[in-house]
Write a protein that binds this ligand. Structure first.
Ligand code: F6R
Length: 612
């Protein structure tokens, strides 16, 4: 949600900011803007994408060695030129960009209006900068102090950058529940919502913690204080990502690149963790907490969206293999329903971005109630990675396409490793089955390489169904969450209504939807429930539905009844989700493309949901 970029140093700020905004555009893309200091405070902003901002600023004065830029995902106020960031203070000397939501903005705004302030936009952000400006004027304090004091009145989530006409060599940054990274160059500083705009300039970064204020002053460098006015020592970390990971690498879209990267990303998730030679699994990040998992009364998995679907597969894995009871919760529901959490529960939070507001809140609640909380995150240094007791990174590499693909299969890899490790330790599967499954898991990247070959066939199927108004996805057991994920992918990027169902549930309602127009994707790979799924296909065909079957064996029975059969390489049931999901990713990708939809930046969505 909203991308923010800042630069302060000796180079021209505008090109750095624009490039950074383009890298962050996956976070939001309904309007964009910059503020530059060059003897004046120049603000340029408009509705639309970063490219629209570039067109709009063609003839403007863009000089300046200090500047801030923003790409917006609207919360308060429709996406238009006025609501675009940056916003300025009452006097007009301060400019702010903001990612997040100010929950008490209406009250603050009312108070400010009573004190004579006037507002141009409908945003909560403008209220924040007016408050900072008022404190600075009235109390005659430094900018960073005014920001700190304003933070004490503001309720909500935010990452902000503030510059001032009166301090042309200073930038102030602050965060609470929204991410902010400071990149440290040679006498210059790069600030951004995540490290992607920074990596091409420096590998040295400082991740701000919640309720911290960073002041960057070209004379004195970077200093950090807490909201309680305590001085903090900046902790400089080295970035692991490289620039190549952020480029399309010859693919037409990031999503296509990321689908194709999965054999590699799954291998990276397993590297050093699955040790076939000594038949061991070693997850270094959670090693010290493994006993908690082995002895857990219950595992609670909290997540949102695709990560929640990964959690559902986790439920099957932990219950089937390690015999530990699992509950999978939408983080947004969990946090508000006074859940029962016991000391012996282990909570696993799953999140690609590591910044999802609801998942963060669920973690805080679980920690308050004394549970051990482990994280499965993709983004290194993200908020969730930092507030959990321990965790395992998925190592999928940056995922830029808004629809999650490789992060999902990497999450499944980690969950598979965790469940298999627990199964061995708890002796809930035989040594023989353990060794078999270990080998099968090791084989997944190879199976993914093979399944990539289905793209051409899936593209043909996409051409047939691109104008369908509804889709149904059916799966059983391990494939049920894949059905949900397949439906979500299609909805997200092609705007076709789609639903995922456990195959047997179909006859309890959705069967009423089936007619000769309705495509039904059936995941028919399950070894133990194979006959049952064949019966489900028969039920669909009896109602003239069009069946697209994903199956792992050359099968006359299914070939005879299904309209289309996509064959995938066979793999043990617990790991099929990683493979069956690939044709569904291709299906949604090609349908979206044929419908002229923006695959990487679907409407209304944002990659990192840092608001409730
Ligand atoms: C779907 C998708 C979203 C995210 C969800 C959670 O393709 O990307 O549903 O899965 O917003 O995000 P993370 O995993 O970052 O917590």
């Amino acid at each position: 949600m909203c991308g923010i970029v800042g630069y302060i140093g000796k180079k021209e700020a505008f090109p750095i900011i624009i490039k950074g905004l383009q890298r962050l555009e996956y976070r939001g893309y309904d309007s964009a803007g910059v503020a530059l200091l060059n003897g004046e405070l120049q603000i340029h902003k408009c509705k639309g994408k970063v490219q629209d901002l570039l067109n709009y600023t063609k003839d403007k004065n863009l000089h300046g060695y200090i500047g801030i830029g923003h790409t917006r995902w609207a919360t308060h106020g429709e996406p238009n030129d006025v609501n675009a960031h940056p916003h300025v203070s009452e006097v007009g000397n301060l400019a702010i960009i903001h990612n997040g939501i100010i929950e008490n903005y209406a009250t603050l705004k009312e108070e400010l209006i009573q004190r004579g302030h006037t507002f141009e936009s409908d945003t909560d952000t403008e209220v924040f900068v007016h408050l900072i400006g008022e404190i600075k004027e009235k109390q005659n304090v430094p900018l960073e102090e005014a920001v700190r004091m304003a933070m004490q009145h503001v309720v909500g989530a935010y990452a902000i950058l503030v510059i001032s006409y009166d301090h042309p060599r200073k930038m102030v940054a602050a965060r609470k529940s929204s991410p902010l990274v400071v990149g440290i160059g040679d006498g210059e500083y790069y600030l951004a919502s995540d490290a992607t705009p920074i990596v091409e300039y420096t590998r040295n970064v400082v991740y701000l913690n919640d309720e911290e204020i960073a002041c960057i002053d070209l004379e004195n460098g970077l200093s950090i204080k807490s909201i309680e006015n305590e001085v903090r020592t900046p902790f400089v970390e080295e970035l692991e990502m490289n620039l190549e990971m952020l480029e399309k690498g010859g693919y037409e879209h990031f999503m296509l690149k990321e689908i194709n990267e999965q054999a590699r990303s799954i291998k990276d998730s397993m590297r050093g963790r699955l040790r076939l030679e000594d038949k061991e699994i070693m997850l270094g990040g959670i090693k010290d907490y493994e006993d908690k998992i082995f002895n857990a009364d219950r595992i609670l998995i909290v997540a949102c969206g695709t990560s929640w679907h990964a959690g559902l597969v986790g439920e099957y894995l932990f219950e089937d293999l390690a015999r530990i009871p699992v509950e999978v919760e939408y983080a947004s529901e969990f946090r508000y329903r006074n859940p029962i959490i016991n000391k012996n529960d282990v909570v696993i939070a799953i999140s690609q971005s590591g910044e999802t507001a609801d998942t963060l809140a669920a973690i805080r609640l679980a920690k308050e109630k004394g549970a051990t909380v482990l994280g499965i995150c993709n983004v290194v240094g993200s908020s969730i990675a930092r507030i959990t007791d321990a965790g395992a990174y998925t190592h999928a590499g940056p995922e830029i396409g808004v629809a999650s693909t490789k992060a999902f299969t990497a999450q499944l890899t980690i969950l598979s490793l965790m469940a298999l490790r627990a199964a061995k330790q708890r002796q809930t599967i035989s040594e023989e089955r353990y060794e078999f499954l270990l080998k099968e898991l090791d084989r997944v990247p190879e199976a993914i390489e093979q399944v990539m070959k289905c793209e051409a066939q899936v593209k043909e199927i996409a051409a047939v169904f691109k104008d369908a108004r509804n889709f149904l996805y059916l799966g059983r057991g391990y494939n049920f969450p894949v059905a949900l994920e397949g439906a979500l992918k299609l909805k997200e990027i092609s705007y076709i209504h789609a639903e995922g169902y456990p195959a047997a549930e179909m006859k309890h309602g959705p069967i009423a939807l089936i007619d000769e127009e309705m495509p039904i994707v059936v995941l028919a790979t399950n070894q133990h429930a194979y006959e049952k799924i064949v019966s489900n296909i028969q039920e669909v065909k009896a109602r003239k539905g069009k069946v697209i079957a994903v199956t792992s064996k050359q099968d006359e029975e299914i070939s005879k009844i299904a309209d289309y059969v996509i064959e995938i390489p066979p793999i043990a049931d617990p790991f099929t989700p990683m493979v069956t999901t690939v044709p569904l990713q291709f299906l949604s990708y090609h349908i979206a493309l044929m419908r002229d939809c923006n695959v990487d930046q679907p409407r209304n969505l944002a990659k990192s949901v840092t608001v409730e």
